[in-house]
Design a binder for this molecule. Sequence first.
Ligand SMILES: *[C@@H]1O[C@H](CO)[C@@H](O)[C@H](O)[C@H]1NC(C)=O
Ligand SMILES: *[C@@H]1O[C@H](CO)[C@@H](O)[C@H](O)[C@H]1NC(C)=O
Ligand SMILES: *[C@@H]1O[C@H](CO)[C@@H](O)[C@H](O)[C@H]1NC(C)=O
Ligand SMILES: *[C@@H]1O[C@H](CO)[C@@H](O)[C@H](O)[C@H]1NC(C)=O
Length: 403
Amino acid sequence: MRLDYLLAAVIFGHHAISPCRAASREQRAAGTSYAPQPANCPATPIVHQASSLAAGEFQYISARKPIADAALASWLKQINKNFDTSALPIVALAGSGGGYRALLNEAGMIQAMDSRDSNSSVKGLYQALCYHSALSDGGWLAQSLAAWNWPTISFLRENVYEPRLQNSLILPGGFTVAFAYAQILADVTVKAAALYPVTIGDIYGRLLGYNLFPGADGGAALTMSGLTTFSNFTAHRVPYPIITSIGTNASSNGNCSAPPDAIQYEYTPHEFGSWDKGVDSFVQMAYLGSSLSNGVVAQGTRCTRGFDRLDFVTASTSNIFGFLCGPLYAGATAFAQLADALQNALLEAAGIATTELFNVIPNPFRGYSRATAVTGAKFLALGDGDLSLQNVRNSIVTSWNAD
Ligand SMILES: *[C@@H]1O[C@H](CO)[C@@H](O)[C@H](O)[C@H]1NC(C)=O
Ligand SMILES: *[C@@H]1O[C@H](CO)[C@@H](O)[C@H](O)[C@H]1NC(C)=O
Ligand SMILES: *[C@@H]1O[C@H](CO)[C@@H](O)[C@H](O)[C@H]1NC(C)=O
Ligand SMILES: *[C@@H]1O[C@H](CO)[C@@H](O)[C@H](O)[C@H]1NC(C)=O
């Protein structure tokens, strides 16, 4: 059966799966919390040159470092009680991409290193980390850890990964499927109605939310900037998250492959931007989506809040739909059908006409002189680092097959 028929059947009421069982009753009104909202702009500049860390990140790391040092010193002393621990480095974990393998591999590694969840000789090293960066499907792991307020991997395995990832990422595992699709439609519809770009990347993000995040609404209200309010974050108990994504050209220009030196963007709880020459700028994460020119909104208009959905960021780091207009995936019919299905059955059903394949953000660096490579662009199109072959794996085709 073609996937789009399957999805259409699920959505439009052939009742392949009963649409309205228990979970649906307690939902928010679909769509209500998903659209970005107008908000007053902050008193501090929204955009700045990439010459220093975000103040929030700096404060976080300053508070985190002594906590991480104590854990690292204790682990080192266990190995060798004479270890000189008077000066310790900042330790970071970088989670690679690679489909479910990446998620599982990174999960296993963190579990082994987590003193709460392990008897291994490396236990306690998770507690010694200052940063945890991830991309692509390693980002699924990092973002699900964050979304649940950094529980143990055992918790996620039992309550999230095993029950929900049994079938397919396009099925909102563990939820009433038809209801979830109806909510996804409502969510992207309100975002489009609020005049923000909506693409297949948004649909994909919402599906990831249902598979990875807490809440009957697939974590629709969670934002990247909202992580700063989570109790383990405010207590500096966890490594600071960084999720990466590369800049691509919008697929509408007919060439959506990305060069090997494509711009490397990062999302943190405080900022979005890039250290790379050509962008060299960051924007406050909470105000991502604002319509800025040279770092400010037009007189008489307001900023945007709520664009930085956790699911959107997770989709942005793992969006490989751009491969569909490159030669490598010409024969990947199942993948093409999946994209078609999402595009036809969900985007078109929401009345949104776009062939854009990437996750799209109103360009925060428009008219900003530091951002020479993107200063003229209205939007930024973002995707998986895999699109510019930046991964450490030996074959991108294998990576899709493994998905
Ligand atoms: C660690 O070992 C103890 C004793 O064998 C066992 O009860 C416990 O389940 C183990 N913990 C983990 C996380 O494997
Ligand atoms: C996060 O907070 C919960 C509740 O206080 C705690 O059980 C958990 O261990 C914390 N996570 C980390 C990584 O410290
Ligand atoms: C986008 O396309 C332009 C011209 O076609 C090219 O110069 C630029 O390097 C491309 N950028 C990316 C990120 O692929
Ligand atoms: C498409 O973009 C890639 C990467 O920027 C470049 O290598 C290639 O030559 C482009 N192809 C066409 C047809 O413009």
